[in-house]
Design a protein around this ligand. Structure first.
Ligand code: OXD
Length: 310
């Protein structure tokens, strides 16, 4: 893709999600002839926008496209489509980040190993100076377990890669298998309508679904009813895919042995949510992608797409 005038507006209240001078240096090194403007804030961004042919942003409102006559491509680090609206006229191509898997799968592994290796018990024992060696006999290894990945996009595939390396049996659920390219990290791919048949044999359920109306409450009470007793559930996608009341009931009646939750129906998770005090729940504050490497990976992905847009 030929671009001459790059406009960057990547401020974020999460410091790891904010562009640093070293990133500008990397861009300059790779594209020495590119004119680079870093916006000082929203107003400055909108003033510079008419000249830009490419922009790197966290937020872009639909009405801003009218003030961007030269814009060819818009890049956002976000995987979700929540903050950057695609061009309603279809003229500007919008690229959403797809690099998160390498970071998020480590957050997922931390959650899985927290439960499998009883890290909660370990911390409690350490706190009370207890040598609790006899309390680990029912620990299970991931290489002896089945994992069901619900949502097989870039993130789901990245998760599958690491789980397969550890020897887990990996099944993935997709909306449809049409056009699906085989993935050697996934033992079996099923469609969503077959999910109820698969749930009774899965030890870990990993939700990595995008948000939006298509996934609203897609996992229903019917699905919760057939989960393998003692399974674990993780959600690193979006909090709209089930009703939190159903999740809580499954945790309270022992259907689920535990849950690692990074995303919620309402964020921040309200202080009054009963999930906070549910003993077998590990809560992280939508932080599974936060890591020092975040913007580095985004800039690498951007540079690659500029060189080779296909
Ligand atoms: C995203 C996120 O990138 O949830 O979509 O952080």
């Amino acid at each position: 893709m030929n671009i001459d005038n790059l406009l960057i507006h990547l401020h974020n209240n999460v410091d790891a999600f904010t562009l640093k001078p070293r990133h500008i240096d990397q861009i300059r090194e790779s594209f020495p002839d590119l004119r680079i403007t870093v916006a000082e804030g929203n107003r400055d961004f909108l003033e510079q926008l008419p000249e830009a042919d490419c922009a790197l942003v966290w937020v872009f409102k639909p009405e801003w496209y009218a003030g961007a006559p030269k814009l060819k491509a818009l890049f956002t680090p976000a995987a979700g489509h929540d903050w950057v609206a695609a061009d309603p006229a279809g003229r500007v191509k919008t690229f959403y980040g797809s690099f998160h898997g390498r970071i998020m799968r480590e957050s997922l592994l931390a959650m899985m190993l927290y439960f499998n290796r009883k890290i909660g018990k370990t911390l409690a024992d350490q706190h009370s100076r207890t040598w609790g060696r006899l309390g680990y006999n029912d620990c299970v290894a991931l290489f002896n377990q089945s994992v069901l990945i619900i949502g097989l996009g870039a993130l789901g595939r990245s998760v599958a890669e690491v789980l397969k390396t550890l020897g887990a049996r990996v099944t993935a659920v997709r909306r449809s298998t049409a056009g699906f390219k085989n993935d050697h990290n996934v033992d079996r791919v099923i469609t969503f309508d077959k999910l109820e048949e698969e749930l009774p044999s899965a030890d870990h359920l990993v939700f990595v679904l995008p948000g939006g109306v298509q996934t609203d409450n897609i996992f229903t009470q019917r699905h919760f009813n057939v989960i393998k007793p003692g399974a674990y559930l993780y959600n690193l996608g979006r909090g709209n895919c089930y009703r939190e009341e159903d999740l809580l009931a499954a945790l309270q009646d022992g259907t689920l042995a535990g849950a690692g939750l990074d995303v919620f129906a309402e964020e921040p998770l309200p202080a009054a949510s009963p999930l906070w005090e549910q003993p077998n729940v590990l809560i992280t504050p939508h932080s599974s992608a936060i890591s020092r490497e975040y913007i580095d990976l985004f800039i690498q992905e951007w540079a690659q797409k500029i060189r080779d847009p296909e």
